[in-house]
Design a binder for this molecule. Structure first.
Ligand code: ATP
Length: 608
């Protein structure tokens, strides 16, 4: 996917103030930064100097006009300019110095910027990863990801090149124009009245053309979407016999491409004519005027030569200003975005290295009149006045129709969200009194859809305990009924799991997640039973591993297949966020018109 560019925003005083906070990140490098600025300024001055020297070559062999002797000043270098070797040597010397300056400048700014980026990337990642889940619900993760990387790139551009170039160009423009005025005020006024105006028009014109070609690109992208959609959904196209329809849709889209491209070409042609007529025209005018002045003895040829070269330099810099300002504007927007991220209020998770638990849990859990609504839909109460308790080591199962609030209950247990009212207590102590990271560290969650990280099986299991030894990992895998299939792979534990674990079957992924939980050895276990059915052998292995894992731990199971929770100590039947029934399997089955019994019978029928 192409990386997004940071959008250009209007730069207001407010945004500048916010962007100025980036200087906190520059501060540790204040010295290097200042030296860098001095080097850039020198580099600008040396560029002007070289141009002056080149211009001097234009005067070799020509008798200097009278005016030349009269207006000797520091612009006229006191060197014997009739000696070509001498000039070559000086030019070479200046170029060497300038090369050295540029090298140091680039290295210096790269050093500053890369260190800044390191801190900025770390800080924003750290801030985001510590945000409560609600934040991730409200953001599209892909957007967040590409936005940050685009923003950081824009900021990087500003500090590696934009600031430097802007300063250098300003020095060249101001210094250059002053020099031009010195060589020939008349010619300078003619030049200034024509060339910059034309350049600015050219830049605006150029932007317009870019916009047109962007439109064409968008059309191309649209047509690609059609191709992609139809080919991925080819079965739909075929079964609806819609080939003709799709061809027509594609044709109308590619006809648009042609139309936009031709319109773009017309303007590109006009642009080329504009450059030739007006920019080259303006240059011709200046040259013509210069020749006239030389003819009249008003201008020395070396000055004219310098004038032309310097005009080119100044014009180039004026043309370059626009894109540098654009980059600066983007950079300011990007800094604002990153500052917004750094202003986020994270949840109180600690970033300290884990070292045992100060307050080990025994495993009793109480919900006391807990109500909850998601912040994004605050008018809908998802959990209503929910109270229940689980003793240490017990197994409680949550059942109920889809949307009843089962997943929300386990999210509340993990404190991904805080109850709107009521309390959750662990070992009789309100959850709010525990350190959040410590609390979560004593729980393990085996989700429905297991997503593994891209590394090896070993790394994926060790996610439950990063400092686990190989033998601990193997033991955990054995208990999770996973060792056999892992050892079946040629690379064993070192087998690389494909992106998001797709090279493993659903049952294998689940057993790895179970091994991860075994290794973590949590006091409180949360299981979200898989809804997608596994084949019966794999199902038996997973179920068996889960039962071993639940033994002697408090566990909360979101059950979809009721056959697996017959032995649960307590079953809570949820409907619309309320407990409608509570009891063991036998107790609940004894109720004739009970909700649980209804669900069991319904599933029984489905399985028939
Ligand atoms: P299922 O068995 O289908 O997973 P569930 O019993 O686990 O359902 P929950 O996922 O807890 O149900 O959802 C309970 C209610 O909360 C639903 O109405 C759902 O639409 C809503 N809900 C779930 N997650 C969010 C969220 N992040 N933001 C807003 N509403 C949500």
């Amino acid at each position: 996917m192409a990386e997004k560019e940071t959008k250009k925003k209007r730069v207001s005083r407010e945004s500048l103030r916010k962007a100025a906070r980036i200087f906190r990140y520059v501060k540790p490098y204040a010295w290097q930064f200042t030296i860098g600025i001095v080097l850039i300024s020198l580099s600008g001055v040396f560029t002007l100097l070289v141009t002056r020297l080149w211009g001097q070559l234009g005067g070799v062999g020509v008798q200097p006009g009278e005016s030349r002797d009269e207006v000797r000043s520091f612009f006229d270098l006191e060197i014997n300019f009739s000696d070509l070797g001498n000039i070559a040597l000086i030019i070479f010397g200046v170029l060497v110095i300038q090369a050295a300056i540029s090298f140091s400048r680039v290295m210096l700014f790269a050093h500053i910027t890369e260190n800044m980026m390191l801190t900025l990337r770390r800080d924003s990642y750290e801030r985001i990863i510590r945000m409560p889940l609600q934040y991730f619900n409200e953001q599209r993760v892909g957007d967040l990801n590409s936005r940050i990387s685009a923003d950081i790139t824009s900021i990087q551009d500003v500090f590696t090149t934009t600031l430097a170039e802007l300063l250098r160009q300003l020095i060249i423009i101001v210094g250059g124009i002053l020099a031009l005025l010195y060589f020939s005020p008349t010619l300078t006024f003619i030049m200034l009245a024509t060339l910059p105006v034309m350049i600015i028009i050219a830049v605006i014109f150029g932007r317009f053309i870019r916009k047109l070609s962007k439109q064409t690109q968008d059309k191309v992208a649209e047509s690609n979407v059609i191709v992609q959609e139809t080919f991925t959904g080819i079965v739909n196209v075929k079964s609806f016999a819609n080939e003709t329809l799709e061809v027509a849709r594609y044709l109308s889209s590619i006809a648009d491409i042609r139309q936009f491209a031709l319109r773009g070409a017309k303007w590109r042609g006009a642009f080329a004519s504009f450059i030739i007529l007006f920019i080259f025209g303006a240059i011709s005018l200046v040259i013509f005027k210069g020749a006239e002045l030389m003819n009249e003895g008003e201008l020395a040829s070396e000055h004219f030569f310098t004038f032309l070269l310097m005009t080119g330099l100044v014009a180039g810099s004026i043309g370059g200003l626009a894109s540098q300002f654009g980059a600066l504007q983007r950079g300011i927007g990007a800094i604002e975005n990153v500052m917004d991220i750094l202003d986020l209020e994270p949840e109180p998770v600690s970033l300290k290295v884990k070292k045992g638990h100060r307050t080990p849990l025994k495993g009793t859990l109480h919900f006391e009149k807990v109500s909850f609504a998601y912040a994004s839909r605050s008018e809908t109460t998802v959990i209503n006045d929910l109270s229940f308790s689980v003793n240490a080591g017990q197994q409680v199962a949550l059942v109920g129709p889809s949307g009843a609030g089962k997943s929300t209950v386990v999210s509340l247990v993990q404190r991904f969200y805080l109850p709107t009212s009521g309390r959750i207590l662990f070992d009789g102590v309100p959850a709010s009194e525990f350190d959040l990271s410590e609390l979560r560290d004593q729980m393990a969650y085996v989700p429905q859809e297991v997503i593994l990280f891209g590394g090896t099986i070993r790394e994926n299991i060790a996610y439950g305990k990063p400092d686990a030894s190989d033998s601990e990992i193997r033991e955990a895998a054995r208990q999770a009924n996973a060792l056999e299939f892992i050892d079946g792979f040629p690379d064993g534990l070192a087998t690389v799991v494909g992106e998001r674990g797709i090279q493993l079957s659903g049952g294998q992924r689940q057993r790895i997640a179970i091994a991860r939980a075994v290794l973590k050895n949590p006091t409180l276990l949360i299981l979200d039973e898989a809804t997608s059915s596994l084949d019966s052998e794999s199902e038996r292995l997973v179920q068996d591993a889960l039962e071993k894992l639940m033994k002697d731990r408090t566990s909360i199971v979101i059950a979809h297949r009721l056959s697996t929770i017959r032995n649960a100590d307590k079953i809570l039947v949820l409907e619309n966020g309320r407990v409608v029934e509570e009891g063991s399997h036998d107790e609940l089955m004894a109720q004739n018109a009970g909700a649980y019994r209804g669900l069991v019978e319904l599933q029984g029928e489905k399985q028939l």
